[in-house]
Design a protein around this ligand. Structure first.
Ligand SMILES: [Zn+2]
Ligand SMILES: [Zn+2]
Length: 89
């Protein structure tokens, strides 16, 4: 029985360390905001900028306008200035 108990303790210990290791990732959350104004919950964040792919200020955004004549803001691929919806090609 003692062996089983130590095994349980070991499992519990590794579980808590796993959870503890997860925490730093959780804190790394995108600093950007979503359209509704609430915080972006993306945790796939660049350590350099602190923003996720969609909110990365260094990523070029589409220069096109949507139906309301507001900036499109879609992320475009490198070397392009418009998204696939606004691409003239
Ligand atoms: Zn984001
Ligand atoms: Zn666009």
């Amino acid at each position: 029985m003692k062996k089983l108990l130590s095994l349980v303790v070991l499992v519990m210990f590794s579980l808590t360390t796993l959870i503890a290791q997860d925490k730093p990732d959780e804190r790394l959350q995108c600093k950007g905001k979503r359209k509704a104004g609430d915080a972006c919950k993306s945790t796939i964040v660049s350590k350099k900028t602190g923003y996720c792919n969609a909110h990365d200020p260094n990523r070029p955004h589409c220069t096109g306008k949507n139906s309301k004549q507001e900036p499109c803001g879609m992320i475009v691929s490198k070397g392009k200035t418009t998204c696939r919806f606004h691409s003239v090609q």
